[in-house]
Write a protein that binds this ligand. Sequence first.
Ligand SMILES: NC(=O)c1ccc[n+]([C@@H]2O[C@H](COP(=O)([O-])OP(=O)(O)OC[C@H]3O[C@@H](n4cnc5c(N)ncnc54)[C@H](O)[C@@H]3O)[C@@H](O)[C@H]2O)c1
Length: 264
Amino acid sequence: MKRLLITGAAGGLGRAMRSRLAPLADTLRLADIAPVGEAGANEEVVTCDLADAAAVHEMVAGCDGIVHFGGVSVERPFDEILNGNIIGLYNLYEAARTHGHPRILFASSNHTVGFHPQDKRLTASDPMRPDSLYGVSKCYGEALASMYHDKFGQETLILRIGSSFPKPANRRMLSTWLSYDDLARLITRMFEVPRLGRPIVWGASDNPAGWWDNGEAGWLGWRPQDSAEAFRAEVEAAEPLPARDDPAAVYQGGAFCVEPIHKK
Ligand SMILES: NC(=O)c1ccc[n+]([C@@H]2O[C@H](COP(=O)([O-])OP(=O)(O)OC[C@H]3O[C@@H](n4cnc5c(N)ncnc54)[C@H](O)[C@@H]3O)[C@@H](O)[C@H]2O)c1
């Protein structure tokens, strides 16, 4: 690609992917509402509020691919989610429609299905069961991506990310962890395949204790190579076994299932 846009570039995944995705394009355009830092070689920095339609159009113009990490990434008051994840995503898809349909990675979440129990293995065809307003906003995002695909041919990889951090930080993440390198390999792959469509992919490494079946996206040819199992002893030593009725041990969404509705 000539130019790859990464939104949410100041956030955890944006920072982790910055160097890993550099080989995919001549130029990385790094965008966020928060400071991203100085542009390095072959980088451009753009300050942009996703809720500002004109700014989003300018941000997307000239890009051949979009890795969309920007937005609210945890449970927050509804107006914050509305701006970042609802209005912001509409602005992004409208900009993509105007500017040649660059392929999009949509960072969806396991919190679209958080109220499914941990003893149920899910495929991409299982129904959504969001566990939070945040999770509902990601369900909306998946529906928006689907509509723009079916109506306009916009291609999106809908990635239901589990927990993507340097290493699994708790027992739940022994099932949900996605290593940064596996994430980068998946993003690389989605720009290599001749036809993408709008697959739903579970964003987890090759964790033996995982809950999700990526069989429906097998044709993509992405095989995660890392595993949370390597960290099991460390995690179990640091965190006592939860009670059997603890949401962290019952539901796939863990603690998000008992988050209140946050007011300002
Ligand atoms: N890291 C994970 O484990 C995980 C799991 C599931 C889903 N996700 C999704 O992946 C994406 C990236 O996650 P992360 O962990 O890097 O989150 P993060 O919160 O660290 O980064 C999100 C970035 O989006 C920016 N942002 C928020 N509102 C904005 C707005 N209105 N306009 C422009 N930028 C805005 C923030 O400034 C921040 O830098 C998010 O969409 C998140 O929901 C992440």
